[in-house]
Design a protein around this ligand. Structure first.
Ligand code: GAL
Length: 297
């Protein structure tokens, strides 16, 4: 398996799960992500070992709701993330919603399901508390159990951190405005040894750029300044999420449009970069290139 290349499911088909998220539930991992083919939006794959991925279904499609097509045209659903809501026992998806023509809608959308890999029930799109909302992620605080939605706001200038309501389907409060004026995208949050960490990219469309890292003692408190993470193109990748597993942490990222990047841009050439995180003595994450995808042992 060549890092930076395609992944394949257990049927031998190309795995389509970009800008996505993996959660663990029961004995399986579930990988959600963008699938832009035909009338699909969000795909779901399942694996017991993080290596063999069985396609389960398209959990969100053009047919999930009238709001998911406009004048017979696809809208744009990006960076779908799913959280298991402890209060309701449901699986709640948040994603970035655009009108399909440009990026001016700057909204979030929510969909809910009783099982991890069923048809998600679409709940609509909106701007959280009226704020623009583009690149996004979800994070469950393992200490407080609060669930946060983090998204790029003010035309991507700021990253907003919202605490969600108990049922995880709405925003309760804007609790932090991070890196104001620094135009950060692709947030990926994880917790390790008492610290909250965030990886983000700069804002250069599909083209990869220098990743950055910041940390904090709490999601709602002060965050450190951003410091570089990876090389000047983050090894030709943009963060999707970080997966904690077996005491290790894995950086999952998208390599949009292939390498070298296709011109004109061809989304279907997008592939994956997955790297095990290393940590400095003071707990800062870093990555080194590895030609192979991790073995997750
Ligand atoms: C990136 C963003 C992607 C996608 C892309 C479109 O900056 O992270 O999710 O929106 O722009 O150009």
């Amino acid at each position: 398996m060549n890092n930076g290349g395609f992944l394949f499911d257990t049927d031998g088909s190309v795995l389509h799960a970009h800008g996505g998220h993996i959660i663990r539930h029961g004995e399986y991992f579930y990988w959600y992500g963008e699938d832009r083919r035909r009338d699909f939006y969000v795909s779901c794959y399942r694996s017991a070992d993080l290596k063999n991925w069985e396609f389960r279904r398209h959990v969100l499609t053009v047919n999930s709701s009238p709001d998911l097509s406009r004048n017979g045209r696809r809208v744009n659903i990006e960076r779908p993330k799913v959280v298991y809501c402890e209060a309701t026992g449901k699986f709640v998806m948040w994603a970035h919603y655009e009108n399909g023509a440009d990026y001016t809608e700057a909204a979030a959308c929510v969909a809910v399901c009783d099982v991890p890999d069923g048809d998600f029930e679409y709940h609509g799109h909106f701007r959280p508390l009226g704020h623009m909302s583009r690149d996004c992620t979800l994070f469950t605080d393992p200490v407080t159990r609060a669930v946060y939605f983090i998204s790029a706001s003010r035309d991507n200038a700021d990253l907003h951190v919202y605490r969600l309501t108990e049922d995880c389907t709405r925003v309760e409060k804007l609790v932090n405005v991070l890196f104001p004026g620094q135009f950060r995208e692709a947030p990926a949050v994880f917790y390790r040894d008492g610290k909250y960490h965030m990886l983000t990219s700069a804002c250069t469309g599909w083209a990869p750029n220098q990743g950055c890292h910041a940390s904090a003692d709490s999601m709602e408190g002060a965050w450190s300044p951003l410091l570089p993470f990876g090389d000047e193109t983050t090894f030709h990748s943009q963060p999707a999420f970080v997966l904690p597993h077996g005491g290790e942490y894995y950086y999952f990222a998208d390599r949009w449009g292939g390498f070298p990047m296709s011109h004109p841009f061809d989304y279907s050439k997008s592939s994956y970069v997955i790297l095990k995180l290393s940590f400095t003595e003071t707990g800062s994450p870093f990555i080194e290139w590895n030609d192979s995808f991790p073995d997750f042992n």
